[in-house]
Design a protein around this ligand. Structure first.
Ligand SMILES: NC(=O)c1ccc[n+]([C@@H]2O[C@H](COP(=O)([O-])OP(=O)(O)OC[C@H]3O[C@@H](n4cnc5c(N)ncnc54)[C@H](OP(=O)(O)O)[C@@H]3O)[C@@H](O)[C@H]2O)c1
Length: 367
């Protein structure tokens, strides 16, 4: 449990249901958010927003996750969202959330955005990576600098007071959790960093895409975005902030034939070649000692994506190759939970003064 215990919980949160609007509720991130909040003791879904699904009753559109009272899915309606909700989870394609976030904040709603719209400190930085992906016209540079990067374990204090939290991407979450402790303590060289990552197909969202067809993605492994995948700049910008010096790194994602999960393997050169794997494990354990959703494995054990499936857990592992002077860091997360909706609920917990693991699954059903 984090520093906020149930007994010291904010009285405004205790016993009261915080009202949450989920926009993009029928997508993968929205569905996980609805599912997690359904079981949450202090949050309640009060508004469901969508696009092509709007106008439908929820239980007709999503019969596998029926909701009490069978609510209607709405088009985005700012006045109705502000009348019904205190918090808003935006689980929308890039470039859409930022069209409505200024209006939501003006109405005193607190926003958790799952897209990349607010993950960079400035609009210029965002444009360098995303302008060709979206037609969105934006002039909310002030919100880019205000938004807090929602890597829950690293920005707890700022998230707790934030109006706007930008949840990290799935690959950045998996990669930054093991990497940041070593950059922060100056234990690794900042050049020559390599991240090799694997993801399941749900990372591409629920809308139809040719490369995610069963016939295309099953029974094979494919690299994509080999140079300049958009998560490269996000990882670099967070790594740069923590290291205090500019970082350029090599990041290569691969699509593997599974539905959920990310496995990230990071290679770096140790500054002190005398450091052992046990020393490096102690570094991770010390940083995450009070975080029950982060597990550091004994040296010689390595995580599988199956171990974190449908949980908000990250399992980390470290090894050192004394022949090459390199450290190898490995992490596994569920891209839709810790990599997306679970981290969003973790951040909502922090914003509401609740224990950060509240309502979040930490144990998988194996296999
Ligand atoms: N998938 C992952 O592993 C992952 C991880 C971390 C972050 N993310 C990010 O999280 C966000 C959501 O991703 P996802 O995979 O959940 O996407 P998704 O499955 O494609 O769902 C997108 C949702 O957005 C809704 N939507 C689209 N345009 C809309 C509009 N104009 N107005 C209202 N609703 C609209 C869709 O509603 P209709 O169905 O009604 O059209 C759908 O519910 C993205 O920005 C993504 O990059 C994804």
């Amino acid at each position: 449990m984090d520093s906020t215990s149930l007994s010291s919980m904010d009285s405004s949160a205790k016993g009261l249901l915080n009202r949450v609007a989920i926009i993009g509720a029928t997508g993968y991130g929205g569905l996980q958010s609805v599912r997690l909040i359904t079981d949450h003791p202090f949050f309640n879904v009060t508004y469901l927003g969508g696009n092509s699904s709007s106008g439908k009753q929820w239980n007709d559109a999503i019969p596998f996750l029926p909701l009490e009272n069978n609510p209607l899915i709405h088009k985005i309606d700012i006045d109705e969202i502000s009348r019904t909700s205190d918090y808003v989870v935006l689980s929308l394609p890039n470039g859409i959330g930022s069209q409505i976030t200024p209006q939501l904040l003006e109405r005193n709603l607190r926003v958790v955005d799952l897209s990349a719209d607010y993950r960079y400190r400035s609009l210029d930085e965002w444009k360098q990576t995303y302008i060709n992906e979206t037609s969105s016209l934006r002039n909310d540079d002030y919100l880019c600098s205000e938004a807090i990067y929602g890597l829950s374990e690293w920005n707890f204090e700022k998230i707790s007071k934030a109006r706007l939290v930008a949840c990290p991407g799935c690959f950045p979450t998996a990669s930054l959790l093991p990497l940041l402790p070593f950059l922060k303590q100056g234990l690794i060289e900042t050049d020559g960093l390599v991240i090799d990552a694997k993801t399941g197909t749900s990372g591409g969202g629920r809308s139809a895409k040719e490369h995610l067809l069963f016939a295309e993605s099953s029974e094979g492994i494919t690299p994509y975005g080999v140079i300049g995948h958009r998560h490269t700049s996000e990882i670099e910008s967070q790594a740069t902030e923590v290291a205090g010096q500019k970082i350029h790194l090599q990041f290569t994602p691969h699509l593997v034939p599974m539905i959920r999960g990310i496995l990230s393997t990071i290679y770096a050169r140790l500054r002190d070649p005398g450091l052992t794997a046990d020393d490096c494990k102690t570094v991770l354990e010390t940083v995450y000692r009070d975080k029950s959703n982060i597990v550091v494995l004994p040296v010689g054990k390595y995580p599988s994506t199956k171990w974190v499936k449908q949980t908000n857990k990250a399992i980390l592992s470290v090894q050192v190759d004394s022949r090459t002077g390199r450290i190898v860091l490995i992490s596994a997360i569920d891209n839709l939970i810790k990599g997306q909706a679970g981290q969003a609920i973790q951040n909502l917990n922090i914003m509401a003064g609740l224990p950060q693991d509240l309502g979040l699954p930490l144990l998988t059903y194996y296999p």
